[in-house]
Design a protein around this ligand. Structure first.
Ligand code: NAP
Length: 252
């Protein structure tokens, strides 16, 4: 098991893709620190992991807050050992067409995706460099290629790809890889909230999305967790600075 004696941080792990990533890394043998704003989601996750014999803690923290992130990473190191895997998964959407997009919609999306990923990676990198082994895995999106109504989100997700490639250059000499995963349509509360905003049932929304995806289905959180498991593994040590589209086709 890759993760034996190693600690991973997963942000936005209170539900959805992040919760599934946390479960997958735990079963790969990692001790897991799950960070989220939502206390109840973290409690449910860590109770399940602990009951299954894994070592996990939940930390309620806003990843866009510098001091909160520094404390969360320090607490992880104290309680679970140095975090050498970071999965920057926490995310929000504040969709609107450009002419209707508020500055607050722009700023909030940038703060969670870009500032948050920067803060968590910066706080954890010293542990990776000291260990001469590390993995940074960033959640981008097919929206990085452009998506109507998501000027803020697509810019943030494209920004994360540049961030990933730069970390790969800077941290590679210390045994640390950095990669991004760009999911297509994944069934979570995020996509459910988009269906609700558009006034269509989630069933109709996923069926329509599936018909446009080459493999003719929408994705599940486990599809993304599988890719994370690979990037976090020892066997992926020569793969860095890459963006893997996990979208049922070349793009969704
Ligand atoms: P989700 O169900 O909305 O879950 C996101 C989690 O992130 C929530 O638990 C949320 O907490 C947490 N979060 C938000 N802001 C935070 C902050 N400032 N600090 C700490 N935690 C925060 O989303 P998902 O669908 O699982 O998506 C996970 C990641 O994949 C995101 O980065 C998303 O952009 C990306 N992605 C998703 C899809 C998709 O189709 N679902 C496609 C491409 C990319 P609260 O609930 O308390 O707000």
């Amino acid at each position: 098991m890759t993760g034996q004696q190693r600690t991973a941080i997963v942000t936005g792990a209170g539900r959805g893709i992040g919760a599934e990533i946390a479960r997958r890394l735990a079963s790969d043998g990692f001790r897991v620190a799950a960070i989220d704003l939502d206390h109840d989601g973290l409690d449910a996750l860590t109770a399940g992991l602990t009951a299954a014999g894994h070592k996990a803690i939940g930390i309620v923290s806003d990843i866009s807050d510098e001091s909160a992130v520094d404390s969360a990473v320090a607490r992880t190191a104290d309680e679970l050992g140095p975090p050498v895997v970071v999965v920057n998964n926490a995310g929000i959407i504040r969709d609107n067409l450009l002419y209707k997009m508020a500055v607050s919609d722009w700023d909030q999306v940038m703060n969670v995706h870009l500032r948050g990923s920067f803060l968590v990676s910066r706080a954890a990198q010293k542990h990776m460099v000291e260990a001469k082994w590390g993995r940074v895995i960033n959640l981008s999106s097919t929206s990085a290629l452009g998506n109507r109504g998501q000027a803020n989100y697509s810019a943030a997700k494209a920004g994360l790809q540049g961030f990933t490639k730069t970390l790969a250059l800077e941290l590679g000499p210390f045994g640390v890889t950095a990669n991004a995963i760009a999911p297509g349509f994944i069934e979570t509360e995020m996509t459910a909230s988009t269906a609700a905003r558009l006034g269509v049932s989630f069933e109709d929304f996923t069926a329509k999305a599936a018909s446009a995806i080459p493999v003719r289905r929408t994705g599940k959180p486990a599809d993304i967790a599988n890719a994370v498991s690979f990037f976090a593994s020892d066997t992926a040590g020569f793969v860095s600075g890459q963006v893997l589209y996990v979208a049922g086709g070349p793009k969704a």
